[in-house]
Design a protein around this ligand. Sequence first.
Ligand code: UGA
Length: 440
Amino acid sequence: MKIAIIGSGYVGLVSGVCLAHIGHQVICVDNNPEKIKKLKKGELPIYEPGLLELMHECVKKKRLSFSGSVKDASAKAEVIFLAVPTPSKPNGDADLTFIENVAREIAQSMDSYKLIVEKSTVPAETGKKIRRTIQLNLPRKFKQGHKILLDFDVASNPEFLKEGSAVHDFMNPDRVVLGVESARAEKLLREIYKPLKTKILVTNTASAEMIKHASNSFLATKISFINAVAQMCDRVGADVIKVAEGMGLDKRIGRQFLDAGIGYGGSCFPKDVEAFIHLSDKSGYNFSLLKEVRKINDHQRLAFVKMIEEKLWNIKDKTIGVWGIAFKPNTDDIRNAAALEIIHLLQAEGAKIKAYDPKAADHARKALKGVAIAQDPYEAAEDCDCLLLLTEWPEFREVNFVQVRDAMRQAVIFDGRNFLDGDQLKECGFDYYGIGRGRS
Ligand code: UGA
């Protein structure tokens, strides 16, 4: 199948590379010339495990190419996936300007049947707006009064991959959701996903759009639920790790997404929860549960900083080491990372921050003013009054904690992800504090 992917970010690139890998002919498009230049040279503009090797393999097999032109790529493809950003507007609504611009551009150069597929997360009913934009912008020869003479389809095929395990998630999905309005669109999309041999759920476009927003909001709700339980655990002397384990053994609940910590971040959950709240308000329904989910998430960061303040006494002029800046491990992405907010809150109190992240250092240098970026975990810990673990990178379990303890001014660790072995650290002479581990 000939496929164009418009937007070469995390979702677009991973989808493009994986679709090429399973046998399709794919062109990945981006309007950032630097990005396309890099991709053509065989370099990735993002860090995602396993993606580079797969990309090289697909380029070598001549199944994958890159272009800066929506027009050229869509002319060559029958199926066009939209994977452009849908950021939040200041009022929380999803900004769909990129989607509209690309739809217009595709329409203007259309001269045969095309299937346009939403891959980006968009509010329900965006499909209808894309259809209208395409109708309005088709070349004159395809319009006769109100009649449209060129057949095309708009479908929704939300992506459920997670950054850090994106290639694996794309190739091994729990389900593929197809939101279609015609048998032709369904047939094409089924054909595309056939090699994945997975469960395919077919519905209409609005329901597919809703499945994506509802799924992300539900996962965010699970995280906020366990974070609220963690607050309770601290107050009654219970351990949230055991509580999550006990809850998770019930198959109806499941253990995943029950890790308490400093709250969810990234480019998806905060934006999607916000957009879903906005959509429900606009539709006349007050989805108050989601408003509380957002509030609990914000509270986790504030509560973490308050705990540090309680233990360190004054924050002003204290030196604080940070391990992990990315919004989760195995990515260089720092968008809406909990670490950024916590660092800003501590800086506002007058703390000096030294931070280390295995992959996100370059992004962090640009985003964080007045933070010393360390070369390794030891440098970040040196002469610090405490150490914060904010992203659970596996390498933080491998460090020599005796060396870390001896380098620090005070051997105090606040583990924002309940990732380190607290008992072992206490034995080694650290004061160790996790989230919801029963400090009463
Ligand atoms: C999320 C969804 O999990 C994907 O299914 C979806 O496709 C994607 O958004 C998207 O809409 O594009 P992602 O944001 O890449 O994926 O990463 P997650 O693994 O879901 O983590 C999101 C945030 O939640 C991270 O900050 C993580 O640390 C936090 N989290 C996750 C917790 O605090 N506790 C948990 O138990 C799980």
